[in-house]
Design a binder for this molecule. Structure first.
Ligand SMILES: *[C@@H]1O[C@H](CO)[C@@H](O)[C@H](O)[C@H]1NC(C)=O
Ligand SMILES: *[C@@H]1O[C@H](CO)[C@@H](O)[C@H](O)[C@H]1NC(C)=O
Length: 201
């Protein structure tokens, strides 16, 4: 070099700082990419799929309407299917509800349970209405449906659940299950048609 250009003295300390910044940026980007690949691999291995709910059976007993008040018991058999290969579910608390025209007729807690992967669990929901006030046209409509032989209800589940994958457990999440319309006949000889439910997480 015949003609070396003297560098301004204040640029000298700037160079190593720039490369440290570049190094930090490269490490940071690499980490983000690695985490992304890890998440993708976990997702591909675990491949979480929706829980599937159906109402398998329903019956009504001791149904009586007097003075716009209802006494009745509602029995349902729900089927919960966990189609996942690697994901199990803790049902920490479960509340079941039966509604008619958006009004709650009865609700109660269901026994908490643990559902392994690829598992089908059937559970019974017994709900009791005692002197439940009916509003507007509900008493008349319910009586009309009753004389037709059946009544269209909505069955709902709200559950606090956690997922388990290997040793890892998720935080709490709220699972909502809507089954509607569920046509329940008063005569058990009329049979019951399986109802599929919407599941929201
Ligand atoms: C419901 O049951 C309660 C308690 O057994 C009774 O007092 C009430 O009269 C009943 N109401 C109807 C509508 O049958
Ligand atoms: C589902 O899990 C429950 C509780 O662990 C068990 O009792 C039941 O037999 C399992 N059902 C099937 C079909 O594997």
């Amino acid at each position: 070099m015949n003609n070396p250009q003297p560098q301004p003295p204040r640029q000298k300390p700037a160079r190593p700082r720039l490369s440290i910044l570049r190094l930090i940026a490269i490490v940071f980007l690499t980490l983000i990419i690695l985490v992304g690949i890890a998440v993708l691999i976990i997702w591909l291995v675990v491949r979480p799929r929706h829980l599937v709910y159906t109402v398998e059976d329903g019956s009504i007993h001791s149904f009586n309407i007097a003075d716009n008040h209802l006494n009745s018991t509602f029995d349902f058999i729900l089927r919960a299917y966990n189609p996942n290969n690697k994901v199990s579910v803790y049902y920490d608390s479960i509340e079941a509800r039966v509604e008619y025209d958006d009004q709650t007729l009865a609700s109660d807690a269901v026994q908490p349970f643990f559902q392994p992967h690829k598992n089908v669990t059937r559970f019974e929901v017994k709900l009791k209405s005692q002197s439940v006030a009916l509003f507007g046209s509900m008493p008349k409509d319910l009586k009309l449906e009753r004389s037709s032989g059946g009544v269209e209800l909505s069955v709902q589940i709200k559950a606090k659940i956690r997922f388990k994958v290997g040793a890892w457990k998720s935080r709490h999440m709220i699972l909502r299950v809507y089954c509607s319309p569920v046509l329940v006949h008063f005569s058990s000889s009329r049979g019951f048609e399986r109802t599929y439910c919407d599941v929201e997480l």
